[in-house]
Design a protein around this ligand. Structure first.
Ligand SMILES: [Zn+2]
Length: 189
């Protein structure tokens, strides 16, 4: 495994549409393994292949909405499609490719994704809350869309400070053993 460089906004690759994966080979597995290491190293909740310069429909999403005591799970999605969505959530969203910037984005609160695993097997997965938001955000990356195009309210430095203060407070009150992980994850995708 190796860390890959995360492209930053302004790189034209981030605005391009990614192609479907057709070969579920060693090269794909290497990409997924590298993306996993890169995502965990960056402490984000999701990562799409175009963010590491590969225009293929591959994303990773950390399922942070697991039950108490359950480990967060990193879901590998190849050729993902959002097939159902319901509800609504309005909240701050950030991106590893747009560091330090957060904007208010409206997303569905419940999302169903159909995708293939690294061997080509189809599966479906549901996500709620932050995980639903990450499914939408990462799928957007595959179509060359960044969250900054979807928000008309970028947080000011004062609002950002308030958001981080609230997160720190929630963290201090958090009783679950993985509470400290929850904190950093509300950020980059
Ligand atoms: Zn992103």
């Amino acid at each position: 495994m190796a860390l890959r460089n995360i492209l930053k906004d302004g790189d034209p690759t981030l605005r391009k549409k990614s192609r479907p994966v057709t070969e579920f080979n060693e090269r794909l597995h290497q990409l997924l393994d590298d993306m996993r290491e890169t995502l965990l190293n960056a402490d984000g909740v999701g990562l799409a292949a175009p963010q590491v310069g590969v225009l293929r429909r591959v994303v990773l999403v950390l399922d942070t909405e697991k039950g108490e005591g359950e480990e967060d799970e990193l879901i590998e999605l190849v050729n993902p499609e959002i097939v159902a969505a319901s509800g609504e959530q309005v909240g701050p969203e950030g991106c590893l490719s747009v560091p330090g910037v957060y904007g208010i984005v409206k997303r569905p609160d419940l999302v169903k994704v159909r995708a293939q695993d690294r061997y080509g097997n189809f599966f479906e997965v549901w996500g709620t809350g932050l995980t639903a938001r990450a499914f939408c955000h990462e799928t957007d990356h595959l179509n060359g869309i960044l969250f900054t195009s979807l928000t008309d309210e970028i947080l000011t430095p004062e609002q950002l400070e308030e958001m981080h203060r609230q997160e720190a407070e929630e963290k201090a009150q958090e009783v679950s053993p993985d509470g400290d992980k929850q904190d950093g994850k509300a950020t980059g995708q």
